[in-house]
Design a protein around this ligand. Structure first.
Ligand code: AMP
Length: 300
């Protein structure tokens, strides 16, 4: 089943304690699309300026990612994000954020996108996420992501969106910010009671919680010794998870748990290099091999 995603498309600049990269391919929808493309065909919508290198679009298209929903604003500048990681490689600080063309982005989805059964609203303004959702009344699984920036700046629009979606993925600090509760078990449950049927609460190197009305479980992160750049881990997690659900064309409890595992493993590859560099060197077989190792680690 094809999967539709709308979100940020970015040129990122990333500083880690040992290295630095400027203007590399990034953005929530880009990491998501590439990760999901290991499993299913993806329809990507977003906006860029005319500083966006055409080879980035060509590379995504070569992965079978449909870019008909990509708007290019003449004379505009692509969204830019600059972040710096602390020595622990978990905590990061946003040093600069230039919305540029994203500020006036009005998502208008091509007809083929509107018919998608699986829809992911990647990080972006909840007002834009809602506008996207309005165009896909037939979607049967709608999952969204959010982040501290939007929890702070657009809390009402976010609350309204939460009532309309099936699932939300967010990280531990975002769940604490949204609920005011430091205990993650209570915070995850409180987010679920705001509307979504399920909540995936990511805890970086510590893995991810899953909350639904009848289930609570946690999957550990795959332990990788090579953490080069964690940027995009959350989006790749979501891409692996939603990609697998769309591939299976199911989202029952068992399939959701398998999808959480694939999300975990996809993210574990992303952090092993900058931008999409590690994902570009792997195949679905690498994901499946890591899944077998991961299963062995979890059985006792
Ligand atoms: P993650 O590491 O998965 O949380 O996502 C990192 C990506 O989010 C980077 O590639 C950024 O370009 C993108 N990003 C950062 N800030 C924002 C924002 N305010 N809205 C949308 N995307 C963002």
């Amino acid at each position: 089943m094809p999967l539709c995603v709308v979100g940020s498309i970015a040129l990122d600049s990333v500083e880690t304690p040992t290295e630095r990269r400027d203007n590399v391919l990034g953005g929530s929808a880009v990491f998501f699309s590439y990760a999901a493309s290991f499993f299913t065909s993806v329809r990507l919508a977003g906006v860029v300026g005319d500083d966006w290198p055409a080879e980035n679009t060509a590379m995504l298209q070569a992965r079978g990612i449909d870019t008909a929903g990509l708007q290019i604003v003449p004379g505009g500048k692509t969204f830019r994000w600059r972040g710096k990681y602390q020595v622990n490689m978990n905590d990061r600080e946003t040093l600069d954020l230039q919305l540029n063309v994203l500020e006036h982005f009005d998502p208008v989805l091509p007809e083929t996108y509107r018919r998608c059964k699986f829809l992911f609203l990647a990080n972006g303004s909840p007002v834009l996420q809602a506008k996207t959702l309005d165009q896909c009344p037939g979607a049967s699984l709608v999952v969204a992501d959010t982040m501290d920036h939007y929890i702070r700046t657009e809390p009402d629009a976010l609350r309204n969106l939460l009532k309309r979606i099936d699932g939300l993925v967010l990280n531990d600090s975002e769940a604490r910010l949204l609920t005011g509760d430091d205990n993650l078990v209570r915070a995850g449950d409180a987010v679920r009671r705001m509307g979504p049927k399920f909540v995936v609460l990511k805890k970086g190197e510590h893995g991810a919680f899953f909350f639904s009305e009848h289930e609570l479980y946690v999957l550990p992160a795959y332990p990788t010794a090579r953490v080069v750049d964690p940027t995009g881990a959350g989006d790749s997690f979501a891409g692996g998870m939603m990609g697998y659900l769309a591939e299976q064309d199911r989202f029952d409890a068992k399939t959701l748990k398998e999808a959480m595992a694939y999300g975990t493993l996809t993210a574990s590859f992303t952090v092993e290099d900058f931008s999409l560099d590690r994902l570009r060197r792997i195949t679905r077989d690498d994901l499946d091999r890591r899944l077998e190792e991961y299963k062995k680690m979890l059985s006792f």
